[in-house]
Design a protein around this ligand. Sequence first.
Ligand code: GLC
Ligand code: GLC
Length: 812
Amino acid sequence: MKYGHFDDNRREYVITNPRTPWPWINYLGNEDFFSLVSNTGGGYSFYKDAKFRRITRYRYNNVPMDSGGKYFYINDGDTVWSPGWKPCKTELDSYECRHGMNYTTIKGVKNGVEAEVLYFVPLKTWAEVQKLTLKNTTNEVKKLKIFSFVEWCLWNAAADMENFQRNFSTGEVEIEDSVIYHKTEYKERRNHYAYYSVNEPIRGFDTDRETFFGLYNGFDEPQTVLEGAPRNSVAHGWSPVASHYIEVELQPGESKELVYVLGYVENADDEKWESKNIINKSKAKATIERFNTAEKVDIALAELRAYWDKLLNVFTLKSGEDKLDRMVNIWNQYQCMITFCFSRSASFFESGIGRGMGFRDSNQDLVGFVHQIPERARERIIDIASTQFSDGGCYHQYQPLTKKGNNEIGQGFNDDPMWLIFGTTSYVKESGDFSILDEPVPFDNKAGSEVSLFNHLKVSFDHVINNLGPHGLPLSGRADWNDCLNLNCFSSDPNESFQTTENKTEGSKAESLMIAGLFVVCGRDYVELCNQVGNLAETDRAQHHIDAMVEVVKKYGWDGDWFIRAYDYYGRKVGSVENEESKIFIESNGWCTMAGIGQEEGMVAKALDSVKERLDSDHGIVLNNPPFTRYYIEYGEISTYPPGYKENAGVFCHNNPWIMIGETVQGRGDRAWEYFRKICPSYLEEISDLHKTEPYVYAQMIAGKDAFLPGEAKNSWLTGTAAWNYYAITQYILGIRPTYNGLIVNPCIPPEWKGFCVTRQFRGATYEIEVKNPNGGMKGVASLTIDGLLIEGDIIPLMPKGKIYKVEVVML
Ligand code: GLC
Ligand code: GLC
């Protein structure tokens, strides 16, 4: 069953039934101020860091699901309702939520009153703007009582949920005109506050939560709203909230627009106060002023739309398949921006408390985003590299607010360094900006330790070759890409974290074939980069190590029909036909086939066929098979998950594109496309009841064939799946791939495709590319012409900027 539909012209997903199988959410803001908003108005806001600067409160995993948010309550005579259905859950006469590019509108109709809320964060603004439009469609005069509602978080989202002996005494507010200020802790160590305003004189307000709701009432029955009268409470400690009360009288046919601004301000130390204990509100007032009419709000929304037009015009596809085009042109790119902004920190599955920006995650995320705003990818690369250690090792995560490595999450994940090469070379190929390589970048953020970014890449490369195991394969460390394959952990204590515990390391023989393949793929990019900058000695040195790795993989990594996954602590094979369970894994087969290791000997084709036979399912390719059915202390967390979930034989969507790309290396466009479609959310819209999560974004995991309910997805939005599927479809299936000196066009498509058209902006020029497939081939370029001129090979060379070029590619 479907719960809505795509509106491609407006780049929106339209939800027409509020009872979606799971909250279907959207993100507002894409730079500093962010909000999450569900299809019923649930969610919260924060500034830069969902842990340290949480502005409004949200209770995860609540009963009922998705409780708390930016709510509007309408008291219309006998009826109390909300435009998003929740929290009142009064049956609406009609409901519609439109999630667009960084904005959401939610519209409810009840008893002839239409109420639509537009939520968005205007560009370059530290505030969420909400425009509430009320319309009376009846023949009678309507007298409506409107209550807004947000609940303040006491800034640190973790402390907010645990330190109640303190929290219940710290809350402070100020109310001036129609603005409610949340100034908790402002007088001591904080120089920031938040506010919530409305562009209309208020008739009352509440700022104390218990007064607003009544101690034993839920979000659905605030006593003030039910009574139709605010109590003008001023919070002192407990839980401060902000609710404005407004009375609106609407003649038949009349409508009214109200603008609310939920904002955040930082003041310099010497500008904190207006007078004794009265906060300096000038910045808040300036922002409120910028949005104090509906017209100004509409202009700001138009600017946001224009911003997205520009971003999404860099790559546009016309394939004749709507479901594919809307993913490539709209939603997959949008999700890449979101993962770029949030890494794995804040979604409806990630609490915003546990994780900051991941080293490996952020490098991969930027690969899906770099064509949109290369300058921001550049800044991100420098931030990430600044957390690296001088031996090439890395903190696994850093906090977005401080940009410093987060030691709680630890280090020693031996795939991490390689991803810096992956991210940086992708950036240089897209932008042509070799100057980033000369940028001075510190180690572990220590002033004085700076070396060039190029040197960071070198130590990354060397980190692998300085950490080889007994077979000459890369040592795995805490884990490689698979955080749950913990080969040195040996934990029997449930209070230990699998990610930060290594009970055995001395003499470990745990080696990773996944890192080996990754090293060959990224190492080749590094070699090419060294070549480009004329560092031939390094080119040769690096090439030598790659060649050696290829040989070692062929010798010790091949199991007969596929690549093994690893060697464990004792030097025993993992992911081999010899194993009792989990005889085959996806990751090593993805990376070694992407690297084309043993292609001539038939290893690539064979490995991919084994993946097809043993790992493929109706809902995508599972991670391993057969799943683990008991705990293996020598493998760690992977064997703790029930069969079919997460890293234990779930369809971990992040790694499916590795196999898709592997298939394109082998030239099998039909297989690559089949795998793409299986996990692509727009193709799953019809089975939303099973799939559960949003049909417009990828989820991290779909329950695998051994699970209780195969096909059920979890953990939507913040996943490397976004970047990887975008990368696979655009660069390997459609085959349009930036390289240092031009744009490669070398598709690998299913034979039934007659062709497709892509418009690609690249290094200042626009290429209108038409691919024709007259003979039903899957791979291979017969000819490539630019404005009618034949070019040798499959690379569009860099053409003078500012012009449009017509490129025609005919496949073999
Ligand atoms: C999660 C992590 C990612 C890891 C993956 C596999 O998605 O964010 O870093 O690679 O799980 O364990
Ligand atoms: C869990 C998850 C994994 C994630 C890791 C890091 O083990 O299974 O996907 O990467 O936590 O927090």
